[in-house]
Structure formats: structure tokens, C-alpha cells
Design a protein around this ligand. Structure first.
Ligand code: ZN
Length: 240
């Protein structure tokens, strides 16, 4: 018990004394002008440029049909599709609980959103993070989309709405299903917890960490549209 305490004490001192290193290149980060303790300015400047909104939205057209695409605009910070090593940023944030990464990247994404909506004069009513299952939240202790959403909300002054969407509990039998069937079950994964009047004629930005097939964001968007949402946009840190 005593030994463990000393070890923990040592580790915490070591953590304070050890200079922060970049999660991508391993170099020591000194006086980082971009303000991150996890990504050096060189790596940050060399992140692949984000895809434009039109290209991102085309994924939804392809998978679900253009007439069903609930989104009118997509924001992202960088692209990882051809360079999967940049997904490390997300892994460190999500699984190693480096929440500072989410706060930092979320802030930058927020600045981008702020510029764009001011330029286009779009009124956004709520920022809505994609919810995670309660069990997963207990394991991970946080919802990564919520951390990004908080940072966006802080920059843009658009209220964060975390209760509107809920990830409905998966039943035992669903774990027996095949991959395809499970994907189709994403369609039933979300529920709305407020009445229709809350959603009707409002504009939302739905936030997630990564966009791959887009099925999660699609079904979140679909349920809001079905409940009368007017304009839906999406914001992700990266596309993969
Ligand atoms: Zn680096």
C-alpha cells in the first residue's frame, strides 16, 4: 500500500517534470504557438487539408440517396482518409482520455464554424453531440462528441444540447446479429427525448469525432428531420 503510494507520487512528479511530447512525431513540444500539449506546430501545420463540405455530403448521397440527405453543410478540421496515421489524434483523445486534444481541436473547429455561419448569416439554435451508449460512457467516463461540442459552443455562443438525442439501449439479441444487420440497426439506435415543438423549425449542428460511412450522423439527422428540424449541419474533427 505504502509502496503503491510512493510509486503514484513519483509518477505524478514525473508527469509534471517530463516535457510534453508530440503524439504524432514524438518530438518535445516547446512554446507551442498553436497551444496544444499533444500535437507540435509542425505536425499540426502538416495535417491533410479538410475535405470541402460538398465532398463530405456526397457520402450521404451515395449511401442513402441524395433526396434523403438531411444535411446542408459539413464542417471538418482535417482529412484522414488516405493517411490513417492521423487518426492517432482521435485515438489518443478517445481511448487514452487525452481530453485536452478534444478541447483544443473543438475550439479550432468552433472558430471555423463561427466564421462560416457569420459569413453566410445562418442562425444556429443548438449544437447537438452524437450521444454514446450509457454503458460506454461509464467505461470511457466521457462522451468525446460532447467535449468537442462544448468547445464549439464556447467559441460560437450557440447553446449545447446534450439531452435531445439519446442512444437507445441495445438488446441482448442484437449482439448475435451479423455486420450488415447491425449497421441497419443503427437506424433504430437513436431516440428523441423532447417534444416535437423543441425541434420544429430549428437549425442544428450535429457533432461527432470522425465521419466514416456517415451512418451514425445520418440517423441522428434523420430523426431530427422527422421531428421538423429545418436546417441541419454536421461538424466532425476528421473524415476517414
Ligand atoms: Zn509533431
Amino acid at each position: 500500500m505504502k509502496f503503491r503510494f510512493i510509486l503514484e507520487l513519483f509518477n505524478s512528479f514525473n508527469f509534471v517534470l517530463a516535457p510534453p511530447t508530440c503524439i504524432l512525431c514524438g518530438k518535445i513540444i516547446e512554446n507551442n504557438p498553436i497551444g496544444s500539449n499533444h500535437i507540435c506546430s509542425h505536425c499540426w501545420e502538416n495535417l491533410p487539408q479538410p475535405k470541402n463540405s460538398k465532398d463530405i455530403l456526397e457520402r450521404f448521397d451515395q449511401h442513402f440517396g441524395a433526396e434523403n440527405n438531411p444535411f446542408s453543410f459539413a464542417f471538418s478540421l482535417f482529412d484522414s482518409e488516405k493517411n490513417h496515421q492521423f487518426l492517432e489524434i482521435i485515438h489518443y483523445f478517445k481511448y487514452s482520455k487525452f481530453t485536452q486534444i478534444g478541447k483544443f481541436t473543438g475550439k479550432l473547429l468552433g472558430e471555423k464554424i463561427k466564421d462560416e455561419i457569420e459569413k453566410k448569416q445562418i442562425k444556429v439554435d443548438y449544437i447537438v453531440p452524437v450521444p454514446i451508449h450509457l454503458v460506454r460512457k461509464r467505461e470511457r467516463t466521457f462522451n468525446q462528441s460532447e467535449i468537442i461540442g462544448q468547445a464549439i459552443s464556447k467559441v460560437t455562443a450557440i447553446p449545447l444540447e446534450t439531452k435531445l438525442l439519446k442512444r437507445v439501449v441495445y438488446t441482448e439479441s442484437q449482439t448475435q446479429l451479423g455486420f450488415e444487420e447491425r449497421i441497419s440497426n443503427v437506424s433504430k439506435a437513436f431516440a428523441i427525448t423532447r417534444d416535437k415543438a423543441f425541434v420544429e423549425n430549428k437549425n442544428f449542428i450535429i457533432v461527432d469525432d470522425v465521419l466514416t460511412t456517415g451512418s451514425t450522423l445520418y440517423y441522428c439527422g434523420k430523426i431530427l428531420k422527422e421531428n421538423g428540424a429545418q436546417k441541419l449541419m454536421l461538424a466532425v474533427l476528421t473524415t476517414a
